[in-house]
Design a protein around this ligand. Structure first.
Ligand SMILES: [Zn+2]
Length: 590
């Protein structure tokens, strides 16, 4: 027996239960929502005391039966995963409006819920199955009188089937769960802007076609221990969809919080990993579902149930939240639709590209009471640093709250962007987002601004399959000739903000920063030393100003003096032989 096999056998018994912080007993009123054992529509999770969650085949079978029995329910496939599984979406519509066109014309607002973007965080699937049962055959049938429901039970279908007892080390149940990333190890919740994954492409196309009025993405946390069993957040101060953000803050949030509290749950704000420095409420960029919803004006919230709470408590919390959201949407959908329309029609200028917490002002910072769990830290001989131990005892503390409410970078809104024909793959990704564009059939000369991308800094390691790059863009005004087949993308369209965020080099989710333009950083022609030496001698002899500049640089710049390459390039880069398009970002601003 090899050493590796022995190790694996030891591991099985040792790792059967990860050493999590103490569990806190819970007996919330929402347990009354669990189906009785003789209920025909009991789910796998309920039927196993929330030990198990159904696999892909079981989930689809349950939904097929429901769709057969309930005329207001239908299933559609949004597309296929890399391993060939259908990504199913369930439509629940009182009037049986089962196409995007008919659903849009419905007076009722539409809630879209997705589960399993990180397939190990599957609470939303089991909550959604219960919700569907209740709105068709159960206690919440009237909800469909006022709102439509779209439900994607498993978004990351391939990751969901990579199931194991060891997928989620920091999480209390279910016994077996799926994996975070898809079959190509891509994190779908980093892919909404760049669109590498088939799954994300399918989802983004669905958002574009079905146009939900509210989009909820369900997760489970990692990170610190606290009392909240469910937290949620949205981009509250980004400036792309301010009216929808206000609706979420003022109309939806109080309803969700009061529903959760009345059912025995403890709702809280979306909390980043570490609260030691206070709570920072960030605007997430469009690589994330809710950041993406914000920039394309779909009101979106991200839900995180708390990984250290038992599975039953987490699923029920998610269910209560979804029910409250569907009900509030039904009651207040008109005001949300108005907010969405205003956000969609506004053409923000300048367009924000990044945010920061405002510099400390004279005023005292905002403070929030936070329901945490007592902990202490001590020195660890294993890590050599402090380790934290949670003690299972509730404690309320006051913590400063910091909001990313200040624009850190922005750009004047361009009239349009030009994409040369050679970069049609970029245009194709814009098309999947639903962005409208014009393709020219004859060459056209246009007055544009273009960026020279100086000082590129490449990441040392790939991230999500890309080597990211940041640059120092400098604008150049040019008359540029775009060949036939080039694309003109106007920003005067509902997705104009998204166009800007994807194409501006200073935007962190731009295609440029994701590494789609690396070839422009290569120098592809070069000069032999014996040629440039001779040419430099001629240039020095004929241009006294140049000679003075060269001598000054030699005297003052040590690195330059020490580098033969830099010294020769001083001359080569001033000749017409040097590549005038080196580091020129090919996408232009009109
Ligand atoms: Zn997640």
């Amino acid at each position: 027996m090899s050493k590796a096999v022995t190790l694996a056998l030891v591991a099985t018994s040792l790792f059967a239960q990860a050493p999590l912080p103490p569990s806190i007993p819970w007996n919330g009123k929402s347990r009354a929502l669990i189906a009785k054992p003789d209920d025909k529509w009991i789910t796998v999770a309920e039927n196993t005391g929330f030990r198990a969650t159904p696999n892909y085949v079981q989930t689809v079978a349950y939904l097929r039966q429901l769709a057969l029995a309930a005329p207001e329910v239908r299933m559609v496939s949004l597309g296929r995963s890399p391993e060939g599984r259908d990504i199913w979406m369930v439509i629940a519509s009182r009037d049986r409006l089962f196409t995007p066109e008919t659903l849009h014309r419905s007076a009722r607002p539409t809630l879209m819920v997705q589960a399993g973007i990180h397939a190990g965080e599957i609470d939303g699937k089991d909550a959604g199955l219960m919700l569907l049962r209740e709105v068709t055959f159960g206690r919440w049938r009237t909800l469909l009188d006022r709102a439509n429901l779209l439900f994607v039970p498993i978004f990351n279908v391939d990751g969901h089937e990579r199931a194991s007892a060891y997928s989620r080390i920091n999480q209390r149940g279910p016994d077996v769960s799926g994996w975070r990333t898809n079959a190509r190890n891509l994190n779908l919740n980093r892919d909404y802007a760049k669109l590498d994954a088939a799954e994300t492409r399918a989802m983004v196309a669905a958002l574009d076609q079905w146009k939900p009025d509210l989009y909820i993405d369900t997760h489970v946390t990692d990170g610190s221990d606290y009392q909240y069993d469910i937290t949620f957040g949205w981009n509250d101060s980004s400036g792309y969809s301010p009216q929808s953000a206000r609706w979420i803050r003022q109309t939806l949030t109080p309803q969700i919080n009061s529903a959760l509290r009345s059912q025995g749950h403890i709702p809280g704000p979306l909390i980043p990993d570490d609260l030691a420095q206070g709570l920072t409420i960030a605007n997430l960029p469009p690589r994330f579902s809710n950041g993406y919803g914000d920039v394309r004006h779909i009101p979106s919230i991200l839900v995180e149930s708390h990984s250290l709470k038992p599975y039953e408590q987490r699923v029920l919390g998610t269910l209560v939240l979804l029910q409250a959201a569907l009900q509030t949407l039904g009651e207040e959908g008109l005001s949300l639709k108005r907010a969405e329309m205003n956000d969609t029609e506004s053409r923000v200028n300048p367009v924000p590209l990044a945010w920061r917490v405002p510099k400390a002002s004279a005023e005292a910072p905002e403070v929030m009471e936070m329901q945490l769990i007592e902990s202490h830290t001590e020195q660890s001989s294993i890590s050599g640093t402090n380790k934290v131990e949670y003690l299972g005892k509730p404690v309320t503390v006051r913590r400063a709250v910091y909001r990313q409410s200040e624009v850190a970078a922005s750009v004047r809104r361009a009239k349009a962007y030009w994409i040369p024909a050679a970069w049609s793959d970029i245009a194709e990704r814009l098309r999947i987002h639903g962005i409208a564009m014009e393709r020219i059939s004859d060459p056209r000369e246009v007055d544009v601004d273009m960026y020279r991308l100086n000082d590129p800094k490449f990441d040392a390691e790939p991230f999500e399959g890309h080597t990211r790059v940041v640059t120092r863009p400098v604008i150049e005004h040019r008359k540029e000739r775009f060949p036939a087949g080039s694309f003109r993308v106007a920003t005067d369209q509902p997705l104009g903000d998204l166009v800007t965020v994807l194409l501006e080099p200073a935007s962190e989710d731009s295609f440029l920063q994701w590494g789609f333009f690396h070839t422009i950083f290569q120098r592809t022609e070069y000069v032999e030393n014996y040629v440039v030496e001779a040419m430099a001698a001629q240039m020095l002899a004929s241009d006294p100003a140049l000679k003075a500049e060269f001598e000054k640089k030699l005297a003052n710049d040590e690195a330059f003096r020490a580098s033969a390459e830099q010294r020769l390039d001083f001359f080569y880069s001033r000749t017409p032989y040097a590549d005038p398009r080196w580091r020129l970002y090919p996408i232009a601003r009109e």
